[in-house]
Design a protein around this ligand. Sequence first.
Ligand code: PXP
Length: 247
Amino acid sequence: MSAPLRLGVNIDHVATIRNARGGDHPDPVRAAEIVAAVGGDGITAHLREDRRHIRDADLERIQAATDLPLNLEMAATEEMLAIALAHRPHAACIVPEKREERTTEGGLDAAGLHNTLAPIVWKLRDNGIRVSLFIEAHERQLEAAGQLGVPVVEFHTGEYAHAGLDGDGKREQREIERIAAMSKLAREMGIEPHAGHGLTYENVTPIAAIPELAELNIGHYLVGEAVFVGLEAAVRRMRELMDEARA
Ligand code: PXP
């Protein structure tokens, strides 16, 4: 099988740049509008506990500005649950969150956190929000996601991206095989697999070529590239690479 592959653009770091000066430029809403105009399939935004990039008011403005589905990345906390229920995004991706980390450093321990996650997953689901869990591509985590009844998992591709940066081809290959195998298993379990983190023009092709994956969420690299070529061109190029990988 080969599912169509959607591109969700994570616009957090447009807000990072905005917040560096405390004003309202560059506006992540304008980024969302550009992503919509250029044929992106969704907007992803992570409302962190410390609001270091996206802020509460951004969510409402993003939802008002485009018809693209919003994928809200959120920690499994009561505060974030209340915000998700108030905003009703199309999807919510539950991610692990540590205040001191620079970015989401690993997958969620869905197996170890079953009792914390279960009521949050159920409340989101009962309110019509498509829940996904950001996990490592490990069978134990996938099984735990299955037990929680989520329709979607997003596999953390950070280890794959790091292996590439380290020039460790063997580790990179192992990671691809692991993500491919877990994507296949997810489909067999009736779960839709997504992937993201650390994806770039240089490393996206082998991931995009995994036929079971339905969505990639990409942020930091696209916003960085947008500084040089503009967001529209950056998203277009990523889309082309993904399409070529699937062709
Ligand atoms: N998917 C999830 C669940 C994430 O937490 C992140 C990073 O916030 C991404 C995708 C995008 O990662 P990157 O910014 O490295 O492309």
